[in-house]
Design a protein around this ligand. Structure first.
Ligand SMILES: [Fe+2]
Length: 323
């Protein structure tokens, strides 16, 4: 049987006409993927306008072209964020647009999931809020310039953290924004970890592990001193590696001592690490990752919160991305 093509959605808004890489683009009509332009032809401003007028929110690229798209996103995001052309609101919007492409990755089946819509709304609200908070947006830019993967991972963790909160609790808007801010900055302390350690593909030695393990406390100390982030956000930065059985760090707190939002961010962090590698490729199906967190990582996480995670990320449709 012929292998089916796998498509990945890209937000139309994140495509800059002409400079976007020359890859085939597809649009989805009536459940089918139709070639919009082949490689060898520029995606023009006119194309952009036409699709936008027709209410097209996503175009699709072949999974095989994702590496070149990701490199492009990385370069253009960095270029625009580092310049003085954009104000912080526009930067927040740009980070949001870049992030949506990666947020899709946390779902088993992005096309069918109404949770994807919910997550997009949650992240959009968070980004609007962040763009008005110079402390938060500057911190996020610092993370992004230090290590792009940490930034992408942080977006995924923040999305899933917000989604779990919205599924399990009815939190007021302000608290959701504090949780989202903490989750998106949870690994801020990694800016103090050398690139060689963050990007190392082999196993870390003991000294490297010790250096890496300092990131929650180092991030907390820095942000607590230099920003006016809320106590909820700061506690997520400091405590997202604490575990229910007391085996976590930096404080070795027990289940009842770890704030709920830090526990949820910890769950989202481990889940996203298991299901995606350093290059954003999928490494483990959602249901296997949840099973592993239940069985091999027994007592580290709240079983009730794992139930919520499972409900959100595991769908009955096992045809991940295959259409
Ligand atoms: Fe971390």
């Amino acid at each position: 049987m012929e292998a089916k093509e796998i498509y990945v959605p890209i937000t139309l808004e994140s495509i800059e006409p002409v400079v976007f890489p020359d890859v085939a683009l597809y649009i989805k009509t009536g459940g089918n993927y139709v070639l919009y332009k082949n490689n060898g032809r520029d995606f023009s401003a006119h194309d952009h306008e036409r699709l936008s007028k027709n209410g097209v929110e996503f175009v699709f690229v072949s999974k095989d072209d994702m590496d070149v798209i990701t490199s492009h996103m990385e370069a253009s995001a960095e270029r625009m964020l580092k310049g003085d052309i954009l104000n912080s609101r526009a930067k927040g919007k740009m980070i949001y647009q870049t992030s949506i492409n990666f947020v899709n990755d946390i779902f088993n089946n992005p096309d069918k999931s109404s949770d994807l819509e919910r997550t997009k709304r949650l992240i959009e609200n968070l980004m609007l809020y962040l763009s008005d908070s110079p402390d938060a947006i500057n911190s996020l830019e610092t993370v992004m310039s230090h290590n792009y993967y940490t930034f992408v991972h942080s977006l995924q963790v923040a999305s899933l953290t917000l989604l779990i909160h919205s599924e399990a609790y009815a939190l007021p808007r302000d608290e959701m924004l504090d949780v989202g801010t903490g989750a998106i900055l949870h690994d801020f302390g990694k800016i103090f970890v050398p690139q060689e350690i963050l990007n190392k593909s082999g196993k870390l030695n003991e000294a490297e592990i010790e250096t890496l393990k300092r990131h929650p406390e180092d991030g907390y100390v820095f942000l607590e001193k230099k920003t006016v982030l809320s106590p909820v956000a700061l506690s997520i930065v400091r405590l997202h590696h604490e575990r229910c059985d007391g085996s976590g760090y930096p404080l070795g707190l027990g289940a009842t001592e770890i704030p709920r939002s830090a526990q949820i961010t910890g769950i989202a962090d481990v889940y996203c690490t298991l299901t995606n590698d350093n290059h954003g490729n999928k490494t483990m199906p959602p249901h296997i990752a949840v099973q592993l967190m239940r069985n091999q990582m027994k007592n580290l996480f709240s079983p009730a919160l794992l139930d919520t995670l499972e409900k959100l990320v595991c769908t009955e449709d096992v045809q991940q991305f295959i259409l």
